[in-house]
Ligand binder design. Structure first.
Ligand SMILES: [Zn+2]
Length: 88
């Protein structure tokens, strides 16, 4: 679980309980429970919206909103969901 992040929203994942669930009830290793449930994405929001949301947390890590936005953009560009073109 080291350095694992939800491949949809970027939330750090530290335990299996935070992972989403597949249609067959098994654990999905790529996405968190807040993004993925019963084999489907819960929030149908675009990557830009996720990045906007993500930038709100800049304060917590000592970055300005703009810096956080850049950081998130970079982070999201590596995500599996991005690779698979799953963002709406
Ligand atoms: Zn997520």
């Amino acid at each position: 679980m080291k350095n694992k992040r939800c491949q949809s929203c970027g939330m750090p994942i530290t335990s299996n309980e935070q992972l989403g669930i597949n249609k067959d009830g098994s654990i999905n290793n790529d996405y968190c429970q807040y993004c993925f449930e019963s084999g489907e994405f819960i929030d149908k929001i675009s990557m830009e919206d996720y990045i906007d949301k993500c930038s709100e947390y800049g304060d917590q890590v000592g970055m300005t909103k703009e810096e956080m936005k850049e950081y998130c953009k970079n982070l999201f560009s590596y995500f599996k969901k991005m690779e698979m073109h799953l963002y709406p």
